[in-house]
Design a protein around this ligand. Structure first.
Ligand code: 13P
Length: 284
């Protein structure tokens, strides 16, 4: 199947009261795990690559792997850039065949964030690519994007309204108390803020830093209008823990396939659970 955009799948998700998982991929096994999970769950899916993943695997490799995987899949697949912080990088991804991009100008003053996001939307729209942008600062550390947790600033609903009206983005990532990476305590989400943002913007809302968020909080966020949920850390943990466990039991193993095949299965288990939790299973 040809790649689709956020526009193609998030409107349906909003109407249907579910969210679509956006899973980060760094290597072939994780790309395969994401696609196989989507096919087995009959779920639409977003495969996203961060700037760090692109640096690691190479832009051409990421695009080729996802295209190959998507061609044989009979469910909708989006190839999305996660946290593009540089206009040129975003343009390169569009040129190489990404069907969706995130421009993250959340560290910039509002006016600058609006003006660069607007430029991205203008180009992306002309070539049928969807755009996610971010307002407010999501705490934690993510490849190449590090925000001191103390400076993490929640999204202002009124600003969100202006931002969405001025830029015309297809989806908005908001800061409502989630953080990238492993949580030290239980995250406390600001649901009244989320409700207000949704009321004022009426655009699909994206929740970053969703690994480690309790299931009940995820369900509530989906009810309040979150329709794209980003998961990276939970997959990394499952993948690496499985590889480490295999090597502990088989210290003399020298075959990478023996380590990576069970690691891929562990990643699939997590991804399939998330698809069920988000309500996207059976919606493709
Ligand atoms: P986690 O690593 O916390 O799952 O966050 C992923 C994310 O938001 C990617 O943009």
């Amino acid at each position: 199947m040809k790649l689709v955009t956020l526009r193609d799948i998030l409107g349906k998700a909003e109407k249907g009261g579910y969210a679509v998982g956006a899973f980060n991929a760094n290597n072939m096994e994780i790309v395969q795990a994401i696609i196989e999970s989507a096919v087995e769950e009959r779920s639409p899916v977003i495969i996203q690559a961060s700037q760090g993943a692109i640096k690691y695997a190479g832009l051409d490799f990421i695009v080729s792997m996802v295209m190959t995987a998507a061609e044989s899949a009979d469910v909708p697949v989006v190839l999305h850039l996660d946290h593009g912080t540089d206009f040129s990088q975003v343009m390169r991804c569009i040129r190489h065949g990404f069907s969706s991009v995130m421009y993250d100008g959340s560290r910039l003053p509002l006016n600058e964030n609006i003006s660069i996001t607007k430029k991205v939307v203008e180009v992306a729209r002309a070539v049928g690519v969807s755009v996610e942008a971010e307002l407010g600062k999501i705490g934690g550390t993510e490849d190449d994007v590090s925000v001191d947790e103390r400076d993490a600033l929640f999204t202002d609903p009124q600003e969100a309204k202006i931002f969405v009206e001025e830029t015309g983005v297809d989806a908005l990532a908001v800061a409502i108390g989630t953080a990238h990476g492993v949580y030290k305590g239980e995250p406390k989400l600001d649901f009244p803020r989320l409700r207000k943002i949704k009321e004022l913007t009426d655009v699909p809302i994206v929740m970053h830093g969703s690994s480690g968020v309790p299931d009940a909080a995820i369900r509530q966020a989906v009810e309040l209008g979150v329709s794209k949920i980003n998961i990276d850390t939970d997959i990394r943990q499952a993948f690496v823990r499985s590889a480490v466990a295999y090597m502990k039991e088989n210290p003399d193993n020298i075959d990478p396939r023996k380590i990576l095949a069970p690691a891929k299965e562990s990643a699939k288990k997590i991804i399939r659970e998330k698809m069920r939790l988000f309500g996207s299973s059976g919606k493709a």
